[in-house]
Design a protein around this ligand. Structure first.
Ligand SMILES: Cc1cc2nc3c(=O)[nH]c(=O)nc-3n(C[C@H](O)[C@H](O)[C@H](O)COP(=O)(O)OP(=O)(O)OC[C@H]3O[C@@H](n4cnc5c(N)ncnc54)[C@H](O)[C@@H]3O)c2cc1C
Length: 356
């Protein structure tokens, strides 16, 4: 059985690795000239780690990433609203996105990887299964679901980067009026960070000025990073199906969400393993993935309402008070409740030692 994966981002490569582990012949077609990822961080949540373990790449992920067990939520002035000296089982592995992408890339033989290979229609492809992992602006989604609404602006813009450091910091999220920020320290002293604010799309804004009076080291991180990436944040309105005929949508092509729970790429990793587990039963893939990813999508939207979008001083004071008085595990439950996930035991995947 042959699968063609369209798109060589984290989702597409993870799908290729997973399908190969269940015996599929796989080809990955990527439109740009070289496989790669942008310079920013990703937090590999425990649910994503389960998927990576199943793919058999967890040792590499642990070698390149840094497990983070302490951290919390701060107000823009620096006060800790929730402080977790040790979050126990809820370890997040902090990684550079290029490292995660590179681990998946190295798990595939170069003979299955094709660059400069844009795919515009699924009916051009000779395969038993087509995986549309071509991102938020998916061409294949537009072909299969021409009436589906286009991605919509989520009302905020984000800047991301990797500051050279060295820094020794806990992992943290900072919530301020109309904005938020995150710090994800890598083990080698570099720090992945993001700052985001409510703004019209394509607004001409300077993040250094916008976050100048937020707590240290945020202003310094933003101003000392040589390559800052700007993304207006879009989300894909919920789709009625993730599959059509022999095509399965995966990752952002299926469920691009706001980044406030840090679960977008993690969901793509779950999708990939599930697609392999259902062994071509795409109705089952749809039944397993749509409810889960759409719940996370809604959870992320909600996290935005209680985070970046909150501006009224009274609402902010109430939210911050609630954070401070609730037991920490309850206070961050909205952020962590999707981080448990079990690999579906749909198909007998006897050849994979990670599952037995
Ligand atoms: C500001 C921000 C912060 C984020 N932070 C996190 C985080 O901390 N944790 C997390 O889990 N997620 C995070 N995400 C989400 C995460 O980045 C995405 O969910 C994830 O990268 C999606 O991967 P993908 O492979 O589905 O799509 P993409 O990464 O978009 O990959 C799609 C690939 O397909 C290729 N392609 C496109 N069209 C075609 C075509 N027609 N033919 C062939 N190839 C094609 C593209 O070149 C690209 O390589 C964040 C997103 C944003 C915007």
């Amino acid at each position: 059985m042959k699968a063609i994966v369209v798109g060589g981002g984290i989702g597409g490569l993870a799908a290729a690795v997973s399908l190969r582990r269940t015996g599929w012949e796989v080809e990955v077609r990527e439109r740009v000239a070289a496989f790669g990822e942008i310079g920013a961080g990703v937090g590999v949540m425990p649910n994503a780690m389960r998927a990576l373990e199943w793919m058999g790449v967890d040792a590499e992920i642990r070698r390149l990433g840094t497990p983070r067990v302490s951290g919390g939520v701060r107000a823009s002035g620096g006060r800790w609203l929730v402080h977790l000296p040790d979050v126990g089982q809820e370890k997040v592995i902090a990684m550079h996105r290029a490292d995660l992408h590179g681990v998946l890339l190295r798990a595939l033989p170069s003979s299955v990887l094709f660059n400069d290979a844009e795919v515009t229609r699924s009916d051009e492809l000779d395969a038993d299964l087509v995986v549309a992992a071509d991102g938020i602006d998916s061409r294949l989604r537009a072909e299969l679901f021409p009436d589906a609404p286009a991605p919509e602006y989520a009302g905020a813009t984000a800047w991301r980067g990797v500051a050279p450091g060295p820094y020794d910091l806990p992992i943290s999220q900072t919530l301020g009026p109309g904005g938020e920020a995150g710090i994800l320290p890598l083990g080698d002293g570099r720090v992945c960070w993001y700052v985001a604010c409510v703004a019209p799309a394509r607004a001409d804004l300077d993040p250094v000025a916008l976050f100048a009076d937020w707590h240290d080291p945020l202003p310094g991180l933003v101003s000392s990073t040589p390559d800052v990436i700007r993304h207006d944040i879009y989300q894909l309105p919920l789709l009625p199906a993730f599959v059509k005929g022999r095509v399965a949508l995966l990752g952002d092509a299926a469920h691009a969400m706001t980044p406030y729970l840090g679960q977008g790429a993690c969901m793509a990793l779950e999708d990939a393993v599930t697609l392999a587990a259902v062994n071509g039963d795409l109705a089952r893939y749809d039944a397993l993935r749509r409810p889960r990813t759409q719940a996370v999508w809604k959870g992320s939207r909600m996290a935005g309402r209680f985070g970046i979008e909150m501006r009224s001083p009274i609402a902010l004071a109430l939210r911050n008070f609630a954070f401070r008085v609730l037991p920490p595990s309850l206070a961050i439950q909205g952020m962590t409740r999707f981080s448990t996930w079990e690999i579906p035991q749909v198909h007998s995947i006897g050849s994979n030692p990670a599952v037995n």
